[in-house]
Ligand binder design. Structure first.
Ligand code: 13P
Ligand code: 13P
Ligand code: MG
Ligand code: MG
Length: 369
């Protein structure tokens, strides 16, 4: 009999937050948990974990139903919907923000929530890290994922571990063109950088081991909320699942990808660049100019889909210097106020008042002689 494949599904949405776009409300999370727990009791899912990245509710579930499964997506959507109803009752800010449709129609994609799902045959020990970010966009993962799986200056194993030495395959989405391409690292290293360095247009969706038995290494959510809603209704704060060790980068190499505090888009009104600050869950709340953009990470071990307790990976003084650098960059960028490159360029401001201002001034623009 073929070994059972386990799927990890990480589905998230902003369903409302306390006192602004800061962080989720524990009472609402408890409501979400009731529905997810019922899904475990009924045997639909094996295990689960809920947490928050700023104002986003994260639902991690393990099961054997594969990716894009209707029952799993319905469970997550119903849980988030009940949470959103409770958020409305409590007067939370942005209650139901990311739930764009009332009736579930088979898959959360296109309905507002973000999803990262990965299916594989468990190794004898199966460590992985689940990441969730707030006040940013899917392109925020390009830089760390590229460094983790393609850059030997980040991941020593690419050079010194026989199991990693062949490199990895990258599935890259052209999110505006709705197309995808598979690139090999290191063979197509420069082509890969040419694309994924353009974080607003190309996002890394999946990474695969070249050893077919190991299968997928990482997956990132790539929903574009504004493309779904047609106007700005909050951003698509992304999530990712990254497998570690024994054929994949070591957990320390995975986390090292976040050590710079690299610049990402999506801060304040989804319209500013800022550093991505790695934080423990107790600091997972966005209060400085609604930010700065933050990333949380929980590491797990797993057996037959059963999860250990999570390890809050950024809860370590080893990340203090990254956080301090981020706050130095925050002070520096904030002094630019509404000027680029702190503020995003016009193409990324499509759903703000900028087109309205331009329209109002249209008749006053004269040709330059
Ligand atoms: P493995 O145990 O996965 O071979 O990794 C060794 C390691 O973690 C060194 O940092
Ligand atoms: P969220 O997308 O996290 O709700 O943030 C909205 C925003 O940009 C607040 O400044
Ligand atoms: Mg919000
Ligand atoms: Mg958010």
């Amino acid at each position: 009999m073929a070994p059972v494949k386990i799927t990890i599904s990480l589905i998230k949405a902003d369903i409302g937050s306390i006192g602004g776009h800061t962080r989720t409300c524990d009472g609402v999370t408890d409501i979400v948990r009731q529905t997810v727990a019922a899904g475990q009791k009924s045997g639909l899912i094996i295990d689960y974990k809920l947490w928050n990245a700023g104002d986003d509710t994260e639902i991690l579930m393990t099961h054997t139903k594969g990716v894009d499964n209707e029952e799993i997506h319905r469970l997550a959507y119903n849980a988030l919907k009940k949470g959103a109803d409770s958020a409305h009752e409590r007067g939370l800010y942005g209650a139901g923000q990311d739930l764009l449709k009332d009736a579930f129609s088979g898959n959360v994609r296109g309905m507002g929530p973000g999803a990262a799902e990965i299916e594989f045959e468990e190794r004898p020990a199966e460590p992985f890290v689940a990441f969730a970010a707030d006040k940013t966009a899917p392109g925020a993962f390009n830089y760390p994922i590229f460094r983790i799986f393609a850059d030997p200056f980040n991941t020593a194993g690419l050079v010194i571990d026989q199991k990693l030495h062949d490199g990895f395959n990258f599935e890259v989405y052209d999110i505006k063109g709705n197309k995808k391409v598979l690139l090999q690292a290191p063979q197509e290293y420069y082509d890969l950088v040419a694309l994924v360095g353009a974080t607003e247009d190309y996002v890394i969706k999946r990474v695969f081991s070249k050893d077919e038995k190991l299968g997928p290494a990482a997956v990132i959510s790539t929903e574009k909320l504004y493309a779904v809603a047609g106007k700005y209704v909050g951003k698509d704060d992304p999530v990712a699942i990254v497998r570690a060790q024994s054929g994949f980068p070591a957990t320390g190499e995975v986390l090292e990808g976040f050590a710079l505090g690299h610049l990402v888009t999506g801060w304040m009104r989804g319209s500013h660049n800022g550093p991505l600050m790695p934080v423990p869950l107790r600091y997972s709340q966005c209060t400085r100019f609604d930010g700065p953009p933050r990333i949380t990470g929980l590491a797990f071990s797993m057996k037959n889909g059963r999860l250990t307790e999570p390890l809050d990976v950024f809860d370590d003084p080893a990340w203090d210097s990254t956080r301090e650098r981020c706050m130095y960059v925050v002070d520096y960028l904030r002094r630019h106020g509404p000027f680029e490159p702190h503020r995003l360029p016009p193409a990324s401001m499509e759903y703000t008042t900028l087109p309205v201002v331009l329209d109002r001034l249209k008749s006053r623009f004269k040709p330059i002689k």
